[in-house]
Ligand binder design. Sequence first.
Ligand SMILES: [Zn+2]
Ligand SMILES: [Zn+2]
Length: 269
Amino acid sequence: MNMYFCPLFSGSSGNALFCQYGRTRLLIDAGKSGKTIEDALASIGADIRTLSGVLVTHEHSDHIYGIGVMARKYGLPLYATRATWLAMEDKVGKIPPELRREIRAEQDFYLGDIGVSPFSIPHDAADPVGYRLWGGNLSVSTATDLGWFAPEVCDRVAGSTLVLLESNHDPDMLKANPRYSAALKQRILGKKGHLSNESCAEALLRLIHAGTADVILGHLSGENNTPVLARNVTSKALEREGIRPGEDVLVEVALRDQVGRVYELKETR
Ligand SMILES: [Zn+2]
Ligand SMILES: [Zn+2]
């Protein structure tokens, strides 16, 4: 069976990632309005009513904005760690107990046909996680909102068929941004903040050496980065090691406000 993955939205203005394997379709995060996500799903031929659930990474609003409405309107189960549940309770409204699923980092489970491995990421939230989703010998890993690419994260993500990794900002653009306070800059640059283009490129090199063939750069800042810049930093880092972006490895950028393309991962036997 093939696996399908689509970054519907990725960035500080809202995140929602779609994955399908076998009969199971799910979302990682729903950080736009329920209606926007419903329309985005429809545009790739997926009816929101056919989703099996939403996996939540952490309680920041760009990841949970639409989940309360979506859960209540479509009876969608929500999966989050206990600390994330506590931290987002007052933001998402009342969630019926039967739709409330508690998960733990490093504890794998199945959601229908899709294997789910939540893993801890370093970020300034209650108990944030990234996810590795697997089916057959295919897997997709997503890690955004992380201050640095910790070895434990690398271990969990290495070997994935496709990786969506954060390429949040250009440090010089961020430092020069007059609209950001010193405290906010400190937060973003810190070890529990967001991954810079350079740190992303470095991490991807390690993952590519470990067998990953397709990479998507995600969670780009709207103010402190551009898609061209993010792609160039990673492409140059790969070229320095003799890896040809677009030939040896697919390098694409998930856009903030445009539904991404559907990636089809083909099972090899
Ligand atoms: Zn975020
Ligand atoms: Zn966050």
